[in-house]
Design a protein around this ligand. Structure first.
Ligand code: ZN
Length: 95
């Protein structure tokens, strides 16, 4: 008699690929832009995302990453241009 019967070698269920979340879509609120190392204006890290509305000669919105210094320096002009400003996480910033 075999004292050590063969173990059940039935393979486990086929491994299933993990269900991954859908890849992130294009940045429409600037969230992906926070991964940027530097602002558009200078070498500093971005403090806000500015979305400029379409204007003369520019038929689409334009996103800008501004550091805190350059945001404060251009705040009046941005407000006059009707820009939308968001802090990190997409929180709206009021002028
Ligand atoms: Zn700057």
């Amino acid at each position: 008699m075999n004292a050590d019967p063969s173990p059940d070698v039935t393979p486990p269920e086929e491994p299933q690929p993990a269900t991954l979340p859908a890849p992130a879509g294009p940045a429409d609120t600037g969230h992906a832009l926070w991964a940027a190392e530097r602002a558009c204006c200078c070498l500093a890290r971005p403090a806000v995302v500015v979305v400029l509305p379409p204007g003369t000669g520019r038929g689409h919105e334009t996103d800008l990453l501004l550091c805190g210094h350059h945001y404060r320096a251009s705040r009046d002009a941005l407000e006059a241009a009707g820009a939308t400003v968001m802090a990190e996480g997409g929180q709206p910033v009021t002028f």
